[in-house]
Write a protein that binds this ligand. Sequence first.
Ligand SMILES: NC(=O)c1ccc[n+]([C@@H]2O[C@H](COP(=O)([O-])OP(=O)(O)OC[C@H]3O[C@@H](n4cnc5c(N)ncnc54)[C@H](O)[C@@H]3O)[C@@H](O)[C@H]2O)c1
Length: 285
Amino acid sequence: MNIRTVWVIGMGTMGSEIGIVCANSGFDTIMVEVNAQQIEKGLKAINSVLQRLTKKKLINENDTRKILDRIKPTTEREEAFSNADLIIEATFEDMNLKKELFKSIDEACKNTAIIASNTSTLSITEIAAVTSRPDRCIGMHFLIPATLNPVVELVKGIKTSEETHRFASEFIKACKKSSVTSKDSPAFIINRLYVTLINEACLMLQENLATAEEIDFACQKGLGFPLGPFAASDSSGLDVVLDCVNTLHKRLGDKYRPSQLLVNLVNAGNLGRKTGRGVFKYAKK
Ligand SMILES: NC(=O)c1ccc[n+]([C@@H]2O[C@H](COP(=O)([O-])OP(=O)(O)OC[C@H]3O[C@@H](n4cnc5c(N)ncnc54)[C@H](O)[C@@H]3O)[C@@H](O)[C@H]2O)c1
């Protein structure tokens, strides 16, 4: 692998952290956003993540300076892509948007460039099909928070080549992370396990098998998970979890039917920490 620059599209929750990971691994990192306000918001997010990492003593002031020097935000996407070798797309989880972007990146960048998507559930095969290079497209699913999580899930579309997969694996190694590889299937490995666990926990609560606190405690202390399923889903957003369970249900069958409790919580607007109430109640900020 012989690249010095990485292009990241989107400076939201994931894009801003992916940008830090790339810059901290020594890559010049060009970050593409839709307008100046989004760039400003993204840079604020980047600065606050860097402060958190400094507080945890994972980086120092010198690292912060180097990371910020390597990050170059822009809104000129076609111009930016013309030199790109690796582009990581981290925009909204919207199939039409991702297809539109992949098509325009494909038209703007050189034949050898590799286009990756950070999608957590969508089909990389379907996204890649709008390009002239489905063999050079791959899923590169960084997990939240990307600066701390040691694993990246690589997703091979039906036409992803071995060479592209090898390149992506080497890139993830260069970012000091490990990769796991999944076939292109709804929610891949990690989210299929994660949302199925949450849905099962909701079924248990619906059956009054135990309290939410007991189920979380059992999972944390008995199984060694860092968070119980309810604390985790309240953080991710119950609406995000339900979208993912619905995708599994639609694509893989009845085994994945969402629990009525999960549906009710979302319909009631109890989406988790972001609304002050999910399975648990949170103090207003
Ligand atoms: N948030 C998570 O927990 C999480 C975890 C893993 C993967 N993902 C996946 O990562 C991707 C990004 O999610 P997120 O949570 O960071 O979203 P987000 O809403 O925080 O950010 C998306 C960003 O993309 C930008 N954007 C939209 N269209 C654009 C375009 N045409 N060009 C450039 N920028 C554009 C938006 O302005 C926004 O800043 C999604 O595919 C999501 O499924 C999310």
